[in-house]
Design a binder for this molecule. Structure first.
Ligand code: G6P
Length: 489
């Protein structure tokens, strides 16, 4: 149908991710309303001009009936999205189970769930079976839409089994895989019962990418130590076939944030916030409410700071935006109560009849409110225990060119490798050190703040999400596909 309108030929890019960049809400038997979520990946791919991108993924809703599925498929097609329908049981075992209860904590150094180590090997096995089944369903949809010459880019820990499924269909398919989380030390990865199967599958891809050089190195070590393969400067070699492995640090669409700050409604927000917090320094945390973000550690460090610095009580406020996520996973439910308890205690200890030191919100903010909040912040606190990159730190920096606030950043976030020179780097487990760094940030002379900010601002505007996507896709496209599957089975 494209050829009929004689458009100039653009190569197609099939972007496969667990989640489509839209949220779908059912309005009736055959009607849906769709909202595009302008996340990092979406804006990144808008920048890839030489390719025409299609998205393949789960719409995040259960659609058991055929009428609903047909209607949703049609509505999504207008947004260049193709759905993969996963039923409730698969979502439970694959998404809540294997992805978010096993791989996610493991890749962030939180280990495997204790109960699986002891008695429930059956449930571990069934979750892995569901993971493979779900990945196969993604592969079926990709295969049904694939045309010769397309480039296929698979994303994240949800889809580690996908490269192998795709190459089994078609050895000539150009397949890339990118991990958005850390890849842990091989000593952590080797605790995973399905460690080898997952590594082998990822190696079926032609290009494998990570945010940092360290993650890439851990992956190569896992392949050499666990699979006994050979690591080369280019990647991993298995019986003469090379899988290229490299670091591609992501960025943000900084121009979008900088532009937003000029909008009248954002300026209005900024004015309101400044009035609301007049006479107080504003500290900010923005995180998904996830164990890896170190929110309890952040709160404890703030408590320690108030305890030791009576002068600052009533003169500083911490705004913590904690966006609920994966609420069906028990670990996340426990974390919510734990965080509420700590916030309550600190506010009880240091609050007055008219003011509390912590404003904690269990919800997300819209884009404009978020930009305004970043802009009025004096100190941003990112205390991830592990984090693939952490783009909140980038967003904060992008919105701070007027104020030149301070970024306190965990050394365990990928971003520490790019924004480390401008930020105050901390070990979030060291509560005393983080508390001291809060004092250092609040007291930092203007000249030093400016110097640090300029360093980071320059990095954030030079290394954008668009450039990231372009680099990965063009390197993938330049990779010569060796149309041959290893005899791994
Ligand atoms: C992380 C993952 C993404 C994921 C996002 C939100 O950033 O790397 O793949 O989409 O969290 O999590 P959710 O489970 O809601 O998709």
């Amino acid at each position: 149908e494209e050829a009929a309108v004689a458009r100039p030929f653009r190569q197609r890019l099939l972007v496969v991710a667990n989640r489509l960049p839209v949220s779908a809400i059912r309005r009736g038997e055959d009607s849906w309303s769709l909202e595009i979520s302008a996340g990092g990946l979406v804006s990144a791919l808008l920048g890839v001009k030489e390719f025409e991108a299609r998205w393949i993924g789960w719409a995040g809703v259960n659609v058991p009936d055929e009428i609903g599925q047909k209607a949703l498929t049609k509505a999504l097609a207008e947004k260049r999205c193709i759905p993969v329908f996963l039923d409730e049981e698969v979502v439970h075992q694959y998404y809540n189970g294997y992805c978010n209860n096993i791989l996610w904590p493991l890749f962030h150094y939180l280990g495997l769930p204790q109960e699986d180590r002891l008695a429930t090997t059956r449930s571990f096995q069934s979750q892995f079976a569901a993971y493979k089944k779900a990945n196969q369903m993604f592969a079926d949809v990709v295969n049904a839409h694939y045309e010769e010459g397309d480039v296929v880019w698979c994303h994240d820990y949800h889809l580690m089994y996908l490269p192998e499924c795709l190459k089994k269909y078609n050895t000539k398919m150009k397949v890339g895989w990118f991990l958005h989380t850390p890849f842990p030390s091989s000593e952590i990865h080797r605790t995973l019962p399905s460690r080898s199967e997952l590594l082998r599958s990822v190696l079926a891809a032609d290009l494998v990418g990570f945010h940092t050089y360290d993650y890439a190195r851990h992956f190569v070590s896992a392949c050499t130590r666990i699979l006994g393969l050979e690591g080369t400067p280019e990647g991993v070699e298995d019986q003469g076939r090379l899988t290229r492995v490299a670091a591609f640090p992501i960025g943000i669409d900084s121009a979008r944030f900088i532009r937003a700050l000029q909008l009248p409604q954002v300026q209005e927000h900024i004015k309101e916030l400044k009035e609301r917090f007049a006479g107080r320094k504003v500290m900010l945390g923005v995180d998904r409410l996830d164990m890896i973000k170190g929110i309890p550690q952040k709160l404890l460090a703030f408590e320690k700071f108030l305890e030791e610095n009576p002068y600052w009580r009533g003169k500083v406020v911490l705004l913590q935006i904690a966006v609920p996520t994966r609420t069906d996973v028990p670990e996340y439910q426990k974390l919510t109560s734990q965080v509420h308890e700590i916030v309550g205690r600190i506010n009880g200890r240091f609050g007055t009849l008219t003011a509390v030191p912590i404003h904690h919100l269990d919800r997300s903010l819209d884009f404009h409110a978020l930009c305004a909040l970043y802009a009025v912040t004096d100190v941003a606190l990112v205390t991830s225990l592990r984090d693939g990159m952490n783009l909140v730190s980038y967003e904060f920096v992008a919105c701070q060119d007027a104020k030149k606030g301070v970024l306190i950043l965990s050394e365990f976030a990928g971003a520490a490798q790019s924004l480390g020179a401008g930020a105050i780097l901390v070990n979030p487990w060291n509560i005393i050190e983080v508390a001291a760094s809060i004092g250092q940030a609040l007291n930092m002379p203007a000249e030093e703040r400016e110097k640090r900010h300029c360093h980071n601002f320059h990095h954030v505007i030079m290394h954008t999400a668009q450039e990231w996507a372009e680099t990965f896709v063009s390197e993938l496209n330049d990779t010569v596909v060796e149309a041959q599957l290893r005899s791994s089975e």
